[in-house]
Structure formats: structure tokens, C-alpha cells
Ligand binder design. Structure first.
Ligand code: FES
Length: 148
């Protein structure tokens, strides 16, 4: 199966799609290339005294590649410590799809940005902050990462 077919398959049945009500961390990233946005929610658990990622979900107003990469990435980071997940590059996160064409690399960077924002921001899911991506798109101060 080539990369395009793998992306098609991933978006037919995306994993971990949707908001997570009890998330421990939330990260949002926007691409200056295309204006797409992606948000990731992360829940941790303790495993043998280490804090590891129990589960992650995402929501995207993005292209199909970003959705496919986020679907893969939210599976790949399960069981990893925050520093292990932070060490993953966008190539690592999209590896199950195969090499992305150059014009689609920023789609994987969008996923990486949302993940890193979640893990470095360490923002507990506050009730006062919107956890809905469409709300935050309208909010004036949504967090954006610029990719150059
Ligand atoms: Fe911009 Fe894919 S085209 S995230």
C-alpha cells in the first residue's frame, strides 16, 4: 500500500477523534501555510511510578493528511512518557503512513506542534477554557505555532 492509500485508509476510520472531557493537557497548533488547525487532548496515567500517556484524542479543521497523521500519532504516543513523546519528530509521528510528499510535511508538523504544545504547556483542562476547537478558532487568543 502506498502513502496515499494508507492516508485514505486512516481517514476512513480515524482513531481517537474527538474532544476528551477529562484531559490533563491540551495543545493547539495552527499552520501558517494553510490556516488549518489541530487540537490534541492528553490523559496521563501512572505506570510503575512513571507518568505515561494513557490516551490522546484530537480534533481537526485540517486536511486529510493531518487527520491521518493525528490518528496514527495518538496511537503511537500511548504508553510513552512526556519526554519520550516530545522526542518524536513529525517523521516519527507519521512513519506508519510512509514518507509524506514535501507539500504535506507541514500537515505532520501541525500534529507535532499540537502534541508539543500539550506536553510543554501542561495545562490542565480548565473548565473556564473552551475545549471546543470551533470556539477557540473564534477566540482571539488561541495558541498558534508558526512553521517556517
Ligand atoms: Fe495544511 Fe494539511 S494542507 S495541514
Amino acid at each position: 500500500m502506498n502513502t496515499e492509500e494508507k492516508i485514505d485508509e486512516a481517514i476512513r476510520n480515524p482513531k481517537n477523534l474527538g474532544e476528551m472531557a477529562e484531559a490533563d493537557a491540551i495543545g493547539t497548533a495552527g499552520s501558517s501555510d494553510c490556516g488549518d488547525m489541530l487540537r490534541m487532548w492528553i490523559k496521563f496515567r501512572n505506570e510503575d511510578g512513571r507518568r505515561v500517556i494513557d490516551k490522546a484524542t484530537f480534533q481537526s479543521f485540517g486536511c486529510q493528511t493531518a487527520i491521518a497523521v493525528a490518528s496514527m500519532a495518538t496511537e503511537l504516543i500511548k504508553g510513552k512518557t512526556p519526554s519520550e513523546a516530545l522526542a518524536m519528530s513529525n517523521e516519527d509521528l507519521s512513519a506508519p503512513l510512509g514518507a509524506l510528499p514535501p507539500m504535506k510535511i507541514h500537515c505532520a508538523q501541525l500534529v507535532e506542534g499540537a502534541l508539543k504544545n500539550a506536553l510543554t504547556g501542561e495545562v490542565a483542562a480548565p473548565k473556564a477554557v473552551s475545549s471546543n476547537l470551533s470556539d477557540s478558532l473564534q477566540a482571539p487568543k488561541s495558541v498558534k505555532i508558526k512553521f517556517t
